[in-house]
Design a protein around this ligand. Structure first.
Ligand code: EPZ
Length: 460
């Protein structure tokens, strides 16, 4: 994080000789000021972390470019280093991963390192291929649902892995090696698709995966594996065929830009009536978001090096959104957008169909004056999308409701960014705590807020 900076209110406090005395996990925001300027987004959190795990599969070094400086990346780097991967940084800030000496790690060290990430589950296939065994600690990740790993474990068993649940995690072995499998996912799970990809590429024989996720980050991971020597066919209708190969080399890859971060800053421009150029943002991965953005009352301009986002003249418009798998409206896009919807005259509805508990962040918005009603089991008149669970949620947002400052606490990554946007939009002062979670997925967000002219105090 940046060094001590004072803005806005802090100057008064300083003049008065007061200590503001914030912890490094808190920020005081004076809202009501439009965010204006240019910021850059780099590699996607949800690709870079998986690309780093993929390097384990190769017998040559890999180079990953545009890696964001976020804590989820540091957690994965720590786990790779624990397993003997040598990680160095190139002169252009690229990550160089050398998997020549992959070795077992101590369970206690793995557990201590896994932190709040869910990525460790993707180490299963690569470690089984390299070492014949793996220990994966109980997973962290945002509390947005129970987030089971049954699809992952079912797939690994089909490849021939033996899964032993232990206290604190799971131990896996592959007594007869890993063989290609026919797998159909109950739901197009991103993580489970990545699990099958990272295991199937070196498994003996063919793997067929049905009902696969095809998010842009998945396709980028497939490009990385293909660069390493894998043979993967993405067929129509969410089917992926993998022909197992004997060995894989390394890759040199520039990570796809983070579309979730781009959508978050775009939502900040909309809610604060600002004008933000998001360098690195690409239209192709954001098309569904851009359509909704325009319908709500945002405007955008696509350039070769990024996208400019601002709010059109006049009122915002309420919308109905149903989150879905790609190319639908991404579940990670709804939290930041909700703040602007609280400012739109009329009733907006968000049907959250991917996670069963992803509206926790709306409590803080209601505390600030919003009118959001969460329907825990969705709206009865809506088609259930996630057949596997009877859960789906809906949030009904009635606006416009002016927001006033409040003391709020970040609940999860995307909800946390929504809290920042709410504080920036509200009149008066807010104190947002537990902001360390935001650093898991938003690179240098404090510096970016400063570049965009936000009025805040941060002493981290
Ligand atoms: C990835 O999570 C992303 N995280 C999420 O982003 C994203 O929201 C999600 O994909 C959907 O696009 C990373 O890539 C690190 P899933 P993942 O498996 O892979 C259920 C962010 O903010 N499920 O597609 O964990 C699951 O509970 C994060 O960057 C099972 O039931 O998502 C959920 O309801 C949040 N069993 C649904 O499927 C399983 O074995 C979709 O989950 C696996 C998943």
């Amino acid at each position: 994080m940046s060094d001590k900076k004072t803005d806005g209110l802090a100057l008064d406090a300083k003049k008065a000789g007061e200590r503001v005395g914030l912890t490094s996990d808190e920020i005081i925001i004076n809202g009501g000021k439009p965010l204006r300027g240019r910021i850059e987004v780099r590699g996607a959190k949800n690709l870079a972390t998986k690309a780093m795990v993929a390097a384990l599969l190769g017998h040559k070094q890999s180079v990953l470019r545009d890696v964001p400086n976020i804590s989820d990346v540091r957690v994965v780097a720590g786990l790779l280093a624990l397993h003997g991967v040598l990680i160095t940084r190139g002169e252009n800030d690229e990550w160089i991963l050398d998997p020549s000496n992959v070795e077992k790690a101590h369970k206690a060290d793995i557990d201590a390192h896994a932190g709040s990430s869910r990525i460790p589950i993707l180490f299963c296939g690569p470690l089984l291929h390299r070492l014949g065994e793996a220990f994966i600690p109980d997973l962290g990740g945002c509390r947005i649902g129970d987030r089971p790993i049954d699809f992952h474990l079912d797939a690994l068993r089909k490849f021939g892995a033996v899964v032993d649940k232990q206290s604190g995690g799971i131990s896996l072995t592959a007594p007869n090696g890993l063989r290609g499998a026919n797998i159909e996912l109950p739901y197009p799970s991103v993580g489970a698709t990545e699990q099958v990809l990272l295991t199937g590429v070196l498994a003996e024989g063919h793997t067929e995966l049905r009902n696969a996720a095809i998010e842009p980050e998945i396709i980028d991971l497939i490009c990385i594996l293909q660069k390493m020597g894998a043979i993967i066919n993405v067929e129509p209708n969410r089917v992926i065929f993998i022909e197992g190969v004997k060995e894989l080399g390394g890759y040199d890859h520039r990570a796809i830009a983070d579309r979730n971060e781009a959508a978050s800053w775009a939502s900040a421009a909309l809610a604060t009536n600002g004008d933000i150029f998001v360098g690195g943002a690409r239209q192709e991965e954001l098309m569904t978001f851009l359509n909704v953005y325009r319908k709500v009352g945002g405007e955008f301009e696509v350039h070769d090096d990024g996208i400019r986002f601002w709010r059109k003249e006049g009122d915002l418009n309420p919308v109905t959104i149903e989150t879905d798998v790609h190319p639908g409206f991404m579940t990670d896009w709804q939290q930041p957008l909700v703040v602007a919807l609280t400012q739109a005259p009329g009733v907006s509805t968000i049907h959250e169909t991917v996670y069963e508990n992803r509206f926790g962040f709306t409590d803080a918005l209601n505390q600030m004056g919003a009118d959001i009603v969460v329907h825990k089991s969705g709206l009865e008149d809506e088609r259930r999308r996630v057949k596997r669970r009877e859960f789906e949620q809906a949030a009904v947002i009635t606006g416009p409701t002016p927001l006033h400052g409040a003391d709020i606490e970040v609940p999860d990554l995307r909800g946390g960014f929504s809290h920042l946007i709410a504080a920036l939009t509200a009149s008066g002062q807010s104190k947002v705590s537990n902001i360390g979670i935001i650093a898991r997925g938003y690179e240098n967000f404090i510096d970016k807020l400063r570049k965009l002219g936000a009025d805040f105090i941060y002493e981290g």
